[in-house]
Design a protein around this ligand. Structure first.
Ligand SMILES: [Zn+2]
Length: 274
């Protein structure tokens, strides 16, 4: 993807996510900065709301997913979205502290370790397809799966770098996974409370058919790092929008990849046949 197209994509994402102002009204840098300020204000509320995960703040289409979302949930079926041989070239271009850079590197190592080297994030040399890890514009966001050319994983400090799971969550989008609660069978496992949802955020709770997506044979996973928390997109952050059918289930953890997250990732990339 050429640089210009990337810019256009970002502009589209901003428009969809933070304002009802038509896209063509965001033409100038100053206007884009205004949008950033809007989101930053939202962020400051996140810092005091420990039960809200940064990737659910909704500044991107699909919460934190950048660009057009293929109708495939949870793991993309179409192999064109996968990274060849499980190798994800990256280039860190954001303004991160040493501590934050270490956390990003730890996320890469986690993927390497849990897949026994099947998934590898490598510094980009001359690869055509790669991810840029950026610190701006605002929010946490990623495309879902390999797009071809440059694609962005945005990790705005500090909110997107507090917990390992938030960083891993964004990279799992880039590897090809959507949110867990978009699975075709989610209504058997969670109850969605549409009445408590912020107006306009309903699209984040869409479900899609199994033939467009796959759980790779694994059951619905309350523990997935890709599962929203119970008050995602809630009107007031206290009324639950997602209630597990299992009263003992906890959702929205961002400690790190669950066992099933890892198993599905290994299935997607055929790690056990390499
Ligand atoms: Zn997400």
């Amino acid at each position: 993807m050429e640089g210009f197209e990337v810019l256009v994509l970002w502009a589209v994402v901003y428009c969809v996510s933070v304002s009802s102002v038509p896209l063509n009204e965001y033409k100038t840098e100053s206007q884009l900065k205004h949008v950033n300020i809007t989101i930053d204000t939202k962020y400051s509320s996140y810092i005091t709301l420990s039960d809200v995960t940064a990737d659910e703040l909704g500044q991107y289409e699909g919460g934190d997913m950048i660009g057009h979302i293929p109708e495939m949930h949870n793991g993309l079926v179409d192999e064109k979205f996968r990274w060849q041989d499980g190798v994800v070239p990256y280039k860190i271009v954001g303004n991160f502290s040493l501590e934050q850079l270490t956390k990003i590197q730890q996320a890469f190592h986690t993927y390497h370790n849990v897949t026994d080297g099947c998934i590898r994030f490598v510094g980009r040399t001359d690869q055509h397809d790669y991810i840029q890890v950026k610190s701006n514009p605002s929010g946490c966001g990623s495309n879902v799966g390999r797009q071809g050319g440059i694609q962005v994983v945005n990790l705005q400090p500090p909110g997107c770098l507090y917990t390992p799971g938030t960083i891993q969550h964004e990279f799992l989008h880039a590897l090809g996974f959507h949110h867990e609660q978009t699975r075709w069978d989610r209504d058997e496992y969670v109850t969605i409370s549409w009445d408590y949802m912020k107006h306009g955020s309903e699209g984040n709770f869409a479900i899609h058919e199994e033939d467009k997506a796959t759980g790779f044979g694994f059951p619905y996973d309350y523990q997935s790092v890709m599962h929203y928390g119970s008050n995602a997109f809630s009107v007031n952050h206290t009324a639950d929008t997602i209630t597990p059918v299992d009263p003992n289930a906890k959702i929205g953890q961002r400690k790190g990849l669950s066992d099933i997250d890892i198993a599905k990732l290994k299935k997607m990339y055929k790690c056990d046949t390499k």
